[in-house]
Design a protein around this ligand. Sequence first.
Ligand SMILES: Nc1ncnc2c1ncn2[C@@H]1O[C@H](COP(=O)(O)OP(=O)(O)O)[C@@H](O)[C@H]1O
Ligand SMILES: CC(C)(COP(=O)(O)O)[C@@H](O)C(=O)NCCC(=O)O
Ligand SMILES: [K+]
Length: 243
Amino acid sequence: MQLLIEAGNTYVKVAQLFDDGNMELLGRYPSGKLEMVLEPLLEKGINRIVFASVGPVEVDNSIQRIAQLANIPVMQVKTLRKDFGVKNAYSEYQYLGVDRWLTLVAIHQELKKDTVIVDIGTALTFDVLSEDGKHLGGWIAPGYQLMMKSVLENTTKVFSDRDHTDTLTFADNTADGLKNGCRAALLGLIEYGLSQARDKLKTEPEVILCGGGVRHLPISWGKHYRHRSELVLEGLALYAKCR
Ligand SMILES: Nc1ncnc2c1ncn2[C@@H]1O[C@H](COP(=O)(O)OP(=O)(O)O)[C@@H](O)[C@H]1O
Ligand SMILES: CC(C)(COP(=O)(O)O)[C@@H](O)C(=O)NCCC(=O)O
Ligand SMILES: [K+]
């Protein structure tokens, strides 16, 4: 069995990859709790740890150190120029976030279609991938919580309250105005990106939604698209199986 670890900027996701190729999510933990979560997991017959991180180098170091203490080999997956038939659009390929790279690789392996991948986490990332595996580039924008936070921390009279409802209507109060404004910003970016992607690809791309922030999009809008909540882990599983 292999242990897969995806370290994002808010959450660390951990999964088991069994020898038969099946993957099971073990949990999602606040990024600061990594060490506490990892140590007990290493007691159950793990052959290798495969991880990818977009967090600070301290995260990489602590995974390496914990694994070394437990005498378990480690593979850190990093962004490449080209792999699994996907060609990175960045001229300085190593600067593309490894989470984005893993979603591209996982989707190309499975679909080989013109695709748009929208990953809504701490940040929202939007990536365009053609059916022949060429990454056509993408965008980075703040995710929902980050947008909310930036307005709340830089204004005096704007406030928020409980979770938003599913409907995305014009608001008649401050809290709903902020929440729905931020949700509409996510949606507007995705819609505009999609129109640009259609022009560029000359086809209607598949749309893949992933990341914990997908919950902020209205269900009636999102139901037209594929949801792949654990796409980064699926990319890690591919590396764990093949490398
Ligand atoms: N209970 C929850 N579990 C997971 N994600 C949540 C939950 N509630 C809200 N979210 C949203 O998911 C976002 C984190 O998504 P995630 O893909 O885990 O981020 P990252 O990869 O940056 O760590 C949060 O910013 C928040 O908007
Ligand atoms: C854009 C990101 C912060 C998204 O990370 P996340 O929201 O999943 O934590 C991450 O992919 C990253 O650090 N990228 C490096 C810059 C780039 O992709 O160009
Ligand atoms: K993201």
